[in-house]
Design a binder for this molecule. Structure first.
Ligand SMILES: [Zn+2]
Length: 349
């Protein structure tokens, strides 16, 4: 519905995901912290937090807004909690993305979605703004990597089942007025063979029949210790994207969301996505230092060497939930100001 709106603004800004939560809803500056409210209070508390998060984005001048992930506690688990076939009381310790151990729930039977998960939240956001809105869901491969499977005994089969469920949710989000649906797939940065064999196919199953824009977000994660330790092992150039970009370029996904600023990803890898729209991460979420507008502009200019101006979406590297509100707002302002510099340069020819 707002697709035409999107195309009018050159370099439309957005965020990759989460924004800080208010202290009365969940412990601030803490990743995946539990809710402080319950029942009806939690429902209205999440809606109030969504309003604040939306206002934070609007005051900064963000073009494509989101709920700031005020509707979920964890970017994968909150979705899975609403599905049947998964037992949260039977827990097993597994290695997440080959990086850190976590206690996860067990798949004990066929998975299904008895009722919509985020559709009411998306309707609420839609009611608050006429701006284009983006909604994030976990990707199928990242979902299976956050579970112990005692039923399908096949990563591919389970991912395919999740893709069908995600497609049901995505179609209802689209009907609720969501303009852009994003799938978070950090697992695409780790399991390259599986991504190319069936990961991208599963994602295409998840977007089947959608008319709204679709995004896959692939990053190097939040600034938590497991991730920063992992990054130290990746060497001076991070070329993980190189393994999956060629197939993504051929896929039906409209937009690829990436980490670029302060990261060791060689910018020339973006050339492998030629023709796709790219959400370029121009804000480092693993640091409290606030980028200058000029630093943001420099990252965007580098990306423009490989991405056409009408396909470039300035964005953050990942979510900002662990940051203070003040730092997050400063970073949003920098993103908008940096995009404005480059927009003016493009207008001046
Ligand atoms: Zn991310």
């Amino acid at each position: 519905m707002n697709k035409h709106l999107l195309q009018k603004v050159l370099l439309p800004t957005s965020t990759a995901g989460s924004l800080p939560k208010p202290s009365w809803l969940a412990e601030p500056e803490t990743l995946w912290s539990p809710w402080k409210l319950q029942g009806e209070e939690l429902i209205s508390g999440k809606q109030d937090a969504l309003r604040l998060s939306l206002q934070q984005q609007q005051l900064a001048g963000i073009d494509i807004v989101s709920d700031g992930e005020q509707s979920r506690q964890h970017f994968v688990t909150t979705f899975i909690e609403h599905l049947s076939g998964v037992d949260f009381n039977q827990r097993k310790t597994v290695r997440i993305r080959n990086r850190y151990d976590a206690s996860v729930p067990t798949v004990i039977g066929p998975v299904s979605r008895p009722k919509p998960v985020f559709v009411e939240d998306a309707k609420f956001l839609r009611g608050q703004t006429t701006q284009p809105i983006k909604w994030a869901l976990p990707g199928p491969m990242t979902m299976i990597d956050t579970l112990y499977d005692d039923h399908y005994k096949s990563r591919e089969k389970l991912a395919w089942e999740f893709a069908k469920i995600l497609n049901q949710e995505a179609k209802e989000l689209e009907a609720a007025g969501v303009d852009i649906i994003q799938f978070d797939e950090p697992a695409f940065n780790v399991f390259f063979d599986e991504v190319n064999d069936w990961g991208i196919k599963c994602l295409e199953r998840a977007i089947e029949g959608l008319k709204c824009e679709t995004v896959v977000h692939i990053c190097y994660g939040y600034g938590i210790k497991a991730n920063t330790d992992w990054k130290k092992t990746l060497g001076s150039e991070w070329r993980q994207y190189e393994a999956v970009f060629p197939k993504l370029q051929q896929s039906n996904i409209d937009i690829i969301s990436l980490e670029c600023h302060n990261s060791r990803v060689p910018m020339e890898l973006l050339a492998l996505l030629r023709g796709k729209k790219v959400m370029v991460g121009a804000i480092d979420v693993a640091s409290n230092s606030i980028e200058t507008a000029e630093e943001v502009a420099a990252t965007l200019r580098k990306a423009l060497q490989y991405v056409d101006a009408d396909k470039l979406y300035p964005c953050t590297n990942c979510g900002m939930a662990p940051l203070s509100r003040q730092v997050a707002s400063g970073k949003l302002n920098a993103l908008v100001a940096g995009a404005e510099i480059v927009r003016n340069e493009l207008a001046a020819g």
